[in-house]
Design a protein around this ligand. Structure first.
Ligand SMILES: *[C@@H]1O[C@H](CO)[C@@H](O)[C@H](O)[C@H]1NC(C)=O
Length: 348
């Protein structure tokens, strides 16, 4: 009996000891294995799935440039939006630094223009000035949509730049030409640009470049402030004001009035924008509604919900007939003065 009890206690003690040993072993083992797993997943993600430059900018070592200041800079304009996106004005960026950063990324930039009907007359100046000012030194691919491929002028282009002409049918109404732009941009991205273009800008052809438009304008989703309304109260913005339209923006809503004549960003962002604006435009059309400024109204609605990651100041789309305001230190791109009656097919 006594022996038996001692024997049982001994067995119990051995089991307890083994259990404790096993548990502590298990704890340290599982702890180590979890840690190892996290490490490998983390390094795999960093090394394989994400290039450093997608998370932060990588500059070349030993690059010399002016010391940036944290206390002085432009104080006559706002250089950041309430959602902390930069607003690009002359004097807010260093072009040498930015170009060096994007050179390392070996980027390709596409630009689209629509030259339908008499608008082909603007192509020559647009293309020639783009050659002098638009992403000079970078790989650029221009896409010209036109109903008159034979009228596209031959422009001397630098070795790393090219132009592709894309035929489109003629249109009777300029509103229709404008409306189809989003559809054509969407299809171009889906069918031709996937995998070989990093950024795209969609620009009005009846304009000219007068100054640098370069890497400072790059980002996810890029909108340009319309030169006509940027000092106005938003209740005066020509947004679509009928609630029936999918471009509707109520009074007391809206950030800025963006122009339809220039927008861009990373390929997938512009694809999403074009697809959404096109869908909304077509759904409106089915119900007999055309937004006040067609695609521009839909673009403004899109940018109200999808905040642009960078906003370009009116330097990036001025209008030749407008006197330059003092805060505009440089005009980079500007709409030429035109006689609407002479170029738009359905204007008397
Ligand atoms: C840069 O990109 C072009 C076109 O995508 C490619 O042909 C070229 O090999 C790339 N250069 C480098 C150094 O990666």
């Amino acid at each position: 009996m006594l022996l038996n009890r001692n024997f049982l206690t001994g067995i119990l003690l051995i089991f307890l000891l083994l259990g404790a040993l096993y548990y502590s072993n298990y704890l340290s083992y599982s702890f180590v294995s979890v840690e190892q797993e996290e490490l490998t997943a983390e390094s795999r993600r960093v090394e394989v799935h994400v290039q450093s430059h997608e998370l932060h900018m990588v500059a070349p070592d030993h690059l010399k440039y002016d010391q940036p200041s944290i206390v002085s800079g432009r104080n006559d304009v706002v250089t950041v939006t309430p959602w902390l996106a930069p607003v690009v004005w002359e004097g807010t960026f260093n072009p040498v630094l930015l170009d060096s950063i994007y050179k390392l990324q070996n980027i390709t930039v596409a630009a689209t223009v629509f030259a339908v009907g008499k608008y082909v007359m603007f192509l020559k100046d647009f293309l020639e000035t783009a050659e002098q000012h638009f992403f000079v030194g970078f790989r650029v691919h221009m896409y010209v949509f036109t109903d008159q491929p034979d009228s596209v002028p031959q422009i001397k282009m630098a070795a790393d730049r090219q132009l592709t002409v894309l035929p489109v049918p003629s249109s009777k109404r300029w509103q229709e030409i404008s409306a189809r732009r989003m559809e054509l941009i969407q299809k171009l991205i889906e069918e031709k640009l996937r995998n070989n273009i990093d950024y795209i800008f969609c620009l009005d052809v009846d304009s000219k470049f007068h100054g640098r438009w370069g890497t400072e304008s790059l980002g996810g989703l890029i909108a340009v402030i319309h030169p006509g309304y940027y000092r106005d109260n938003r209740k005066r913005f020509p947004y679509e004001r009928r609630p029936e339209s999918r471009a509707y923006i109520a009074t007391g809503e809206g950030d800025f009035y963006y122009c339809g004549g220039a927008f861009g960003g990373m390929l997938q962002e512009v694809h999403q924008l074009a697809k959404t604006c096109r869908t909304n435009f077509e759904a409106d059309a089915k119900e007999g509604i055309e937004a006040a400024w067609q695609e521009e109204s839909h673009l403004n609605r899109y940018m109200w919900v999808n905040k642009p990651s960078k906003v370009l100041s009116p330097e990036y789309l001025w209008q030749d007939f407008k006197a330059r305001n003092p805060e505009v230190h440089i005009i980079r791109f500007s709409g030429v003065v035109k006689n609407y009656a002479a170029i738009r097919p359905n204007v008397e």
